[in-house]
Design a protein around this ligand. Structure first.
Ligand SMILES: C[S@@+](CC[C@H](N)C(=O)[O-])C[C@H]1O[C@@H](n2cnc3c(N)ncnc32)[C@H](O)[C@@H]1O
Length: 354
């Protein structure tokens, strides 16, 4: 908080995306840069923490896609924002059972946080895994990009249209200079042009403009078009334009005001999957219809796999596994609000799970 107050005393106000960027990714002060937020004792839980079956099924999906691509001699998997490395470890465990695939495989992890990178390095000991800082470093393929709860953690802008005027959301200090508050300033014409081009305009309500995600989608699309492969996304999100703020902040598994604990709480916004679909299609990729996490995992056989595993389990182990599965699949839990999207280079036919 002190750092944000210091910045705001100097700059008076900063745009929302800049505020999110500092809160989450400032080298010293940023939330992801100084702590491990995952798990029961942390602030939130993601699918790989709920059940190892999530990673196991994703691994099988990757192997099936590789087979459909005619088993290329080299296949690169890039995990975007790998957290503490749990998903990567689960994937590797299953990949090892597919010898030919495993021999062809290399993994790149794209991670912004040195703190998390060190945790990942401690948790994953496998020579196939390397760390990269930028998508640009990828220089061969085919490449499968995997993103679980990555895009919702990227900074967004918010814009309002009041009568005929577009206003951008900023963060500033309260009069006593001790707390933060939102402020609206006239949006610049480049920003207005961009949101018009993306057809994000709506009257009155909030327009969310995922400025960083759009940059990522651009550089990822380029690599896929150049080297072949695809992008598989799992995230909190929606298919139909909501025109309201989806910004939220979480600490110790509870929601709190976004402006209350910058640097000490996670800040996210839901992914606009329809927009992602449009951008990736415009980038000439073949984009499958957006589906729900529950549907996707069931279609690729998670229940059948659980059934097989359950045969060798005690009653207690079985109960635990199905309790966790329910959390991943149930429409009242992660099964519905989490959407899945797959975009790939045109050519090879592959739509497993969609
Ligand atoms: C919510 S966590 C998701 C963790 C993990 N995928 C999981 O499912 O448990 C977001 C991850 O993305 C990383 N991240 C966020 N922005 C990034 C960026 N611009 N470049 C690379 N990594 C980034 C964070 O440091 C963190 O590892």
């Amino acid at each position: 908080m002190k750092k944000i107050i210091k910045i705001l005393k100097e700059k008076k106000s900063i745009p929302l995306d800049k505020f999110i960027d500092i809160s989450l990714y400032d080298k010293k002060f940023g939330y992801y840069m100084k702590k491990n937020p995952f798990g029961k004792d942390g602030d939130f839980i993601t699918s790989p923490f709920v059940s190892g079956l999530f990673g196991e099924m994703l691994a099988i999906w990757c192997v099936a896609y590789w087979e459909q691509m005619q088993k290329p001699k080299k296949i690169l998997l890039v995990e975007l924002g790998p957290g503490d490395g749990t998903l990567c470890n689960d994937l590797l465990k299953t990949f090892k059972q597919f010898k030919n695939f495993y021999n062809s495989l290399e993994i790149n992890l794209l991670e912004i946080s040195d703190k998390l990178k060190n945790i990942q390095k401690n948790n994953i000991s496998n020579k196939k895994v390397r760390w990269i800082k930028k998508i640009n470093q990828i220089n061969y393929g085919p490449v499968i990009f995997l993103a679980n709860e990555f895009f919702d953690s990227l900074p967004v802008k918010q814009i309002y249209k009041r009568k005929k005027i577009f206003l951008e959301k900023y963060v500033t200090l309260t009069n006593n200079k001790e707390k933060l508050k939102f402020l609206h300033k006239k949006a610049n014409r480049y920003l207005i042009k961009n949101i018009k081009n993306l057809n994000l305009i709506s009257t009155g309500n909030t327009i969310e403009y995922p400025i960083e995600a759009i940059k990522f989608l651009g550089s990822i699309s380029k690599k896929i078009n150049k080297f072949d492969g695809g992008l598989l996304i799992f995230d909190y999100g929606y298919k139909i334009k909501k025109n309201k703020s989806t910004l939220q902040s979480v600490k110790r598994h509870k929601y709190l005001d976004v402006l209350l604990k910058p640097g000490n709480s996670d800040i996210t916004s839901h992914v606009n999957f329809k927009l992602f679909h449009k951008i990736l299609s415009k980038n000439k990729l073949d984009v499958k219809k957006i589906t729900e996490q529950g549907e996707f995992l069931k279609k690729i056989g998670i229940l059948e796999r659980a059934n097989i595993l359950s045969k060798k389990m005690t009653f207690k182990e079985k109960a635990n596994m199905y309790f966790r599965l329910k959390r991943l699949l149930d429409i009242s839990q992660m099964g519905n609000i989490f959407k899945v999207m797959f975009a790939k280079k045109k050519g090879v036919n592959f739509s497993l799970g969609f």
